[in-house]
Design a protein around this ligand. Sequence first.
Ligand code: IFM
Length: 449
Amino acid sequence: MSTAAMPEFPAGFRWGVSTSAYQIEGGVAEDGRGPSIWDTFAHSPGRIADGSTGDVACDHYHRHAEDVALMAGLGVSAYRFSIAWPRVRPSGDGPVNPSGLDFYDRLVDDLLAHDIDPVATLFHWDLPQPVQDAGGWLHRDTAPRFAEYADATAARLGDRVKLWITLNEPFVHMTLGHGMGVHAPGQLLLFDAFPVAHHQLLGHGLAVAALRTRTASPVGIANNYSPVRPAGQSDADRAAAAAYEALHNRLFTDPLLGRGYPDFPGFDPAVVRDGDLAVIAAPIDVLGVNYYNPTGVRAPEDGAPLPFELVPLDGYPRTAFDWPVVPDGLRELLGWLRDTYGDDLPPIQVTESGCAYDDAPDADGRVHDPERIAYLDGHLRAVRAAIDEGVDVTGYFVWSLLDNWEWAEGFTKRFGLVHVDFDSGARTPKSSYAWFRDLIAAARRTTAR
Ligand code: IFM
């Protein structure tokens, strides 16, 4: 970790933390919430590493006031949470459930009372099970259903949410959920999962239009990106890297920013109807960027089903997820976005950045996580360097406020600034929490000068 002072950030830079509904809320059967695909998946034997579910998770549904107090203690200016579609419209297309919205109404008011901007994500993978039963994102009708849910949510919260994010990481939901079957809904369709990309994007575009009628707040989407590193300089390795870049980094961003779909082997344009691309390219105010690590890629063996093969990137420290820690990859990525999309690129907020380590309380009950401090320090310096290089980055959200339920990994991966005892629910701020608190306080002092 650098010993140099953290460089100053621009005035108004948004300091935040991120979470998502199914990963922290629990309360899955309360106040009219219906089942989501993640309830179904987590309760299916063999799907989750430790056999756990999100039934209770961090019990945030009941402990939200304590969690907002933790955020206030941290001094963040924004909190990015997600709204559970199955709380708001449990059947997907039936009546809106006002009790479900009550929960978010209280949360938003509490955040505002603590001077924290509510940043709401509308879809972080917890599709109502009835929508899945009707075809889910493979089916075009899910797009207007999503826009109706967005409309109902913004009708209630549109006057107070300060930034709307339509979808979180639609690439991950397509590939892990529908291509490879390791996330809900557990489908193993490989390239036949592409309609999931198009229908999510169509849902995004329709939701943007709905949100614009309900709120004057900015609207965006959160994509995850990974700078692609070819294993060698051969034409074959470079072609493989370009194919992976089209899939991971451009499939969801080219059409959003008005460029249509990139060329990608296997992409079936038959699902794209006249007018869809214009809906998808509705102007957005913010591009959310989730970054964790770069990806190494080489040419596949002859006859392999994919046009690339992923290879480990050696020579870097690794997180508990075995992900390489490459802070400069974030600077590289932000520059790539600026160079690739130029004037079409809206201002960026880094909507997720963080790391998992096996953090545990010591004999005194304190949780020391120096690796996370080094990780965040490095990634914030990378953001600052990108700003110096001319990229318009206006915020940074740590993933995550709390240790939480990490999807197929269950409770085995801890990403929080705050340790959570998953038996008792007790929260213990880690040393990274104090570090981030002090960093925000110092940034506020310098930008207030
Ligand atoms: O926990 C996830 C989050 O839900 C989406 N982005 C990546 C995080 C870490 O895996």
